[in-house]
Design a protein around this ligand. Structure first.
Ligand code: UDP
Length: 262
């Protein structure tokens, strides 16, 4: 699917990064244009956010790496991922965070009339995220929504298809959301599916979006550590990722595949 999508839509060529990839969008507008082309053409794609935690975990778990690599679009979500591209590839690429891209797409959807479906988060969070979006963007077409705690996936897929959604946002955490999207991508009619992690928690107001200072300096992870200290275990992936990056740099390998085909 990747080649076809890239050929037709002229998405930027993905850059291999460790065991995963990143899509070098120039900015949010560029990413929105590509999603718009998907919606218009009906071509199917799904997107994952690439951050140091995913890069580190995928290095340890090749099944996870191949699951994530089923996506076609890999947004460079973490400053660490952008740093890794810089260190290993010598390229400066723009960070495109999941929450900010979600808002950019919603804004565009309200104007362009794209139909969206919100899947994921706790029932109350899902409902309130939906209400807040409609308050801010009265023209937004939210054609369906469901919380992320369900057992009958087939029923959910039927509901998404019956809604006529063109964009599906899935907020069930990683790697659950990626596994769910990959497992159902063929059956889901929406052109674009995007894993958005804890975004609905932010949109609903349950979790505060990192203040501008942290977003601008790429230190959202530090803000999250301060505001949700119980996530400290997940943050341990950061120093491990930096060590992994040093190892890649020292061995002169840019990405996993080049080990097999130097
Ligand atoms: N979630 C869900 N279904 C599940 C597990 C989690 O909908 O079975 C939701 C959870 O309520 C939260 C989001 O997924 O809204 C996970 O957010 P987190 O910030 O942990 O995402 P990640 O950092 O893993 O991308």
């Amino acid at each position: 699917m990747q080649n076809v999508t890239q050929k037709i839509l002229q998405l930027p060529q993905n850059l291999p990064l460790m065991t995963l990839q990143v899509t070098p969008f120039t900015d949010y507008a560029h990413a929105c244009i590509c999603v718009g082309e998907l919606v218009t053409s009906g071509q199917k794609a799904f997107s994952v956010a690439i951050n140091p935690e995913k890069l580190y975990k995928a290095e340890q778990d090749r099944e996870l790496a191949s699951l994530i690599n089923q996506a076609q679009i890999f947004i460079c979500d973490g400053i660490g991922a952008a740093l890794a591209v810089r260190v290993l590839d010598g390229r400066a690429i723009t960070r495109i965070t999941g929450v900010a891209l979600f808002y950019a797409l919603v804004k565009k959807a309200a104007v362009a009339g794209w139909r969206i479906y919100l899947l994921g988060a706790a029932p109350e969070v899902n409902r309130s995220a939906c209400e807040r979006l409609l308050q801010d963007y009265p023209d937004l077409q939210i054609v369906g929504r469901h919380d992320g705690y369900f057992t009958d996936s087939e029923k959910i897929v039927d509901d998404i298809n019956a809604s006529g959604a063109e964009i599906l946002f899935v907020a069930m955490g990683s790697p659950k959301q990626e596994a769910w999207i990959a497992g159902h991508r063929e059956r889901i009619n929406a052109a674009f599916c995007m894993g958005v992690g804890g975004t609905f928690d932010v949109v609903s107001g349950k979790v505060r979006w990192a203040p501008l200072f942290f977003r601008q300096t790429g230190t959202e992870w530090f803000y999250r550590l301060l505001s949700e200290p119980k996530r400290w275990r997940r943050q341990l992936a950061l120093p491990k990722f930096l060590w992994l990056l040093v190892r890649y740099k020292l061995t002169g390998v840019r990405h996993f595949n080049s080990r097999a085909n130097p």
